[in-house]
Write a protein that binds this ligand. Sequence first.
Ligand SMILES: Cc1cc2nc3c(=O)[nH]c(=O)nc-3n(C[C@H](O)[C@H](O)[C@H](O)COP(=O)(O)OP(=O)(O)OC[C@H]3O[C@@H](n4cnc5c(N)ncnc54)[C@H](O)[C@@H]3O)c2cc1C
Length: 467
Amino acid sequence: MKDVTTHPAFRNTARSFARIYDLKRSPEHIDAMSYEENGKRYSTWYLLPRTKDDLRKRSEAHRRVAEWSYGLLGRSQDHVSTFVSGMRMMPEMFEEGRKGFGDNLVSYYEHMRDNDIFACYLVITPQSARDPEIYKRQTSRNAALQVVAEDDKGIYLSGIKMLGTSAVFSDEAWIGNILPLAPEQKALSITCSVKMNAPGLQIWVRKSYEQHSISKIDNYFSSQFDETDAVLVMDRTFVPWERVFVMDNAQLSRDIYFKTPAHIMGNHQSMTRFAEKLKLVNGVAHKAAELSGVGHMLPVQQTLGRLMAGEAGLLGMIAGQVEQPETLPNGYMHVNRRFLYAALHWTSNHYAEIAEKVREMLSAGPFQIPADASVFEDAELAAIYEANWSAIGAGASDRFKFIKMSWDLLGSDYAGRHTQYERFYGGPPFLNDMYNYTWAPWAERRAVIDQILADMELPKPLATAAE
Ligand SMILES: Cc1cc2nc3c(=O)[nH]c(=O)nc-3n(C[C@H](O)[C@H](O)[C@H](O)COP(=O)(O)OP(=O)(O)OC[C@H]3O[C@@H](n4cnc5c(N)ncnc54)[C@H](O)[C@@H]3O)c2cc1C
């Protein structure tokens, strides 16, 4: 496969990504979606925030990208670029690993910003590399991506890395580690950027839902918003030294995400994106109630109310991340860490339940309509369908379109991938709990408890009869 813009598995989604670039540059959006620095214009997701207004501008840019793709493109152009911008806010961390790696990070940020690079990232090692004991006992090389040679020009990588959402559409891949590595696994800590057309690099992509979609009417979302997921396989793939950011340092390879604002800034994009998807899902819920003629019933309104409470709660958490920001000693400002992790926890734990609730509202609808839109090509069949399938609140053809669109979003193979995505894209859910534990102000909470305990004076022992 040479060209994603023509291949039937990718071409429509490639257009959806291209549309984001087009809209971003349109007169209507250019002010919000870009900023000027030293006479040049760059995408807003490269803006290094120093004020609340900068954070608001960044957040609104994420929101617009997500609105243009209904929140269905998780790894849109503003995701990895935001991670790299977050690291650029503390480049000195990279110098702790090796002198010059901080400069590499700064120049990579500038390269991405100046060329509006679309990058994916793969920050998970394969399961075979996870257990340090098994890792130690392995006699042949572990399958996990690692440096197999180096010379004065750069390094050579071999092995596999997971999981590159949007990889087939990207210019470059960020390679790293977001899960903890054991100290002896330092060979796996390589953190660098690789060009997607580098010799020796293969992209092993999962089944394309776009390719299996029938038409835009039958599969409105999967036919044009299938960002794909892929494993990268490398065989002595060359990376020049200037694109290497961490090497031989297991701890640092993880710290760069959590001790810089990278993880929280990147996941602010994810929360904003999720909120746009939630709006879409809630819209489906309301219309489904209307089509079934049950929208006036109190229990149904209660369900809809609960869905909207979740949406409003998330929007509040997103606003809180921006309106109660935190400032680094060097003056850069980032979103509120705790509010971000609370939102990440909520979204990864609730999408499946929300999707299921709304799917329940579609009831047997998806199984009562004709197999595909070709029924409308036959005048006689179309007339029978129109005459018999009308429902309260919608004609038969509107009902066809709505049900097809809703099932694509909530019941299809594509929908199942989205449920899995929302649960796992930010790492395993138990880690989201741990972020909330780690960053909690426990000392403050304990101080109140200690104060109350100090205030509760126990009675003195009563004097005994002998005394
Ligand atoms: C659709 C999709 C897109 C993704 N996109 C990307 C991407 O763009 N870039 C990227 O780098 N990664 C991506 N990921 C990968 C994601 O980061 C991982 O799925 C996630 O980190 C979990 O790792 P794993 O899948 O290897 O599961 P494992 O780590 O093998 O876990 C298997 C199961 O065991 C549970 N588990 C494991 N350890 C524990 C424990 N100690 N306590 C309790 N439960 C535990 C997990 O929660 C999970 O349910 C994506 C994942 C999905 C599903």
